[in-house]
Design a protein around this ligand. Structure first.
Ligand SMILES: Nc1ncnc2c1ncn2[C@@H]1O[C@H](COP(=O)(O)OP(=O)(O)OP(=O)(O)O)[C@@H](O)[C@H]1O
Ligand SMILES: Nc1nc2c(ncn2[C@@H]2O[C@H](COP(=O)(O)O)[C@@H](O)[C@H]2O)c(=O)[nH]1
Length: 331
């Protein structure tokens, strides 16, 4: 994504390889952008493409709810558990629709269960940096596009990723701050039974998935990769444990819902302050509604960045009470 070109940007070189750009006469929700000139992502792209690279990233106020990565061997019940969550809490959780080169199963819909795609197209999109992670799984290519995660996050829901262990490892290494959950079967025999009873794979594919399951079960237990391991023996019991775990994670990370959605202030210029606090001077918004004319932007805890959005911006209103005394309130 690129910001619309216009005259009158205010810019500020930050010490983390980015330039902060505030667009003049734009609403608060759409005026803060970062031009990355020397971040790890840009460095990697430079190497990959053998040319000079810069990357745009839109700044988002407040932190998004942490995505949930659910992993485990094929047939363990990840999809079943995720479907239950989405059915019970449709406005709270959203599914990250992956891309895959495997053929659709009966009843699977393009754009709902997966984005079914050609290998060459997917490989090009991977080269173009559109994927957060990708892996070759059971002979096909699977991957999570940045767009898939952002579409869910931008809708205000908590994003759920159903990905294999290699994918989970890549997400762990990325800038995405997520919670990682590994689902185990009660036994290998039970896993085999579930996979066969689902009857979606040929015998040859079942054998391949079972062979891969052994390695995934070992990897899943490797230290530092997953935050939680759940055994899906009785479905209802496992589902209740999953819900409890997510609820306690949500409480621990009190969701920071930005209240700026409808705030139509128009930033006219900015002024830098030490310790990563920047003052945004705003004009009237043309609606006749009174809004503060001075905001403070705190960029000390930025997260993410190109090729996705830059989150963790904190914005405060600054109200002058009398000479030299201001009241500061977080939005
Ligand atoms: N706790 C459970 N007890 C018995 N059967 C279960 C349980 N959980 C899921 N199943 C069944 O096991 C089969 C596999 O489940 P599911 O498709 O959800 O697995 P999955 O982990 O998403 O597999 P894949 O990785 O291949 O997509 C389904 O037929 C499902 O109904
Ligand atoms: N690394 C990724 N793995 C993914 C993704 N989407 C799904 N998967 C995993 O693939 C297997 C097989 O899925 P199936 O639908 O063919 O049964 C399963 O373990 C999924 O978790 C992805 O985007 N990235």
């Amino acid at each position: 994504m690129k910001p619309v070109q216009l005259k009158g940007h205010s810019t500020l070189l930050l010490n983390n390889g980015r330039i902060l750009i505030v667009k003049k006469d734009y609403p608060l929700d759409d005026c803060i952008w970062f031009l990355e000139v020397d971040t790890p992502f840009v460095k990697e792209q430079k190497k990959l493409l053998g040319t000079e690279v810069v990357a745009w990233s839109k700044g988002v106020i407040g932190s998004a709810p942490k995505p949930i990565v659910i992993s485990g061997p094929s047939g363990v019940g990840k999809g079943t558990l995720i479907n239950k969550l989405m059915k019970e809490f449709p406005s709270k959780y959203g599914f990250s629709v992956s891309h895959t080169t495997r053929a659709p199963r009966e009843k699977e819909l393009d754009g709902v269960h997966y984005h079914f795609t050609e290998r060459s197209l997917m490989e090009k999109d991977i080269r173009d940096g559109k994927f957060l992670e990708f892996a070759s799984v059971h002979g096909n290519l699977y991957g999570t596009s940045i767009e898939a995660v952002e579409a869910v996050t931008d809708s205000g829901k908590r994003c759920i990723l159903d990905i294999d262990v290699q994918g989970a490892r890549s997400v762990r290494a990325s800038s995405l701050d997520a919670i990682f959950i590994f689902i185990c079967p009660p036994s290998f025999e039970e896993l085999e039974e579930r996979l066969r009873a689902r009857a979606t794979e040929t015998e040859e594919q079942v054998q391949k998935r079972l062979r891969n399951a052994r390695a995934e079960l070992d990897e899943g237990r490797s230290p530092g990769l997953f935050d939680h391991i759940l055994v899906n023996d009785d479905l209802e019991t496992c589902y209740e444990t999953l819900k409890k775990l997510l609820a306690s994670d949500e409480n621990a990370n009190t969701l920071n819902q930005p209240t700026t959605k409808n705030l139509k202030v128009h930033v006219s210029h900015m002024e830098s302050r030490a310790d990563q606090k920047i003052l945004l001077h705003c004009g009237t918004n043309g609606t006749g509604v009174k809004v503060p004319s001075l905001f403070m932007l705190d960029i000390s805890s930025l997260k993410g960045g190109a090729p996705g959005r830059t989150r963790g911006l904190n914005v405060y209103t600054v109200e002058s009470l009398r000479d030299g005394v201001n009241r500061i309130k977080q939005l």
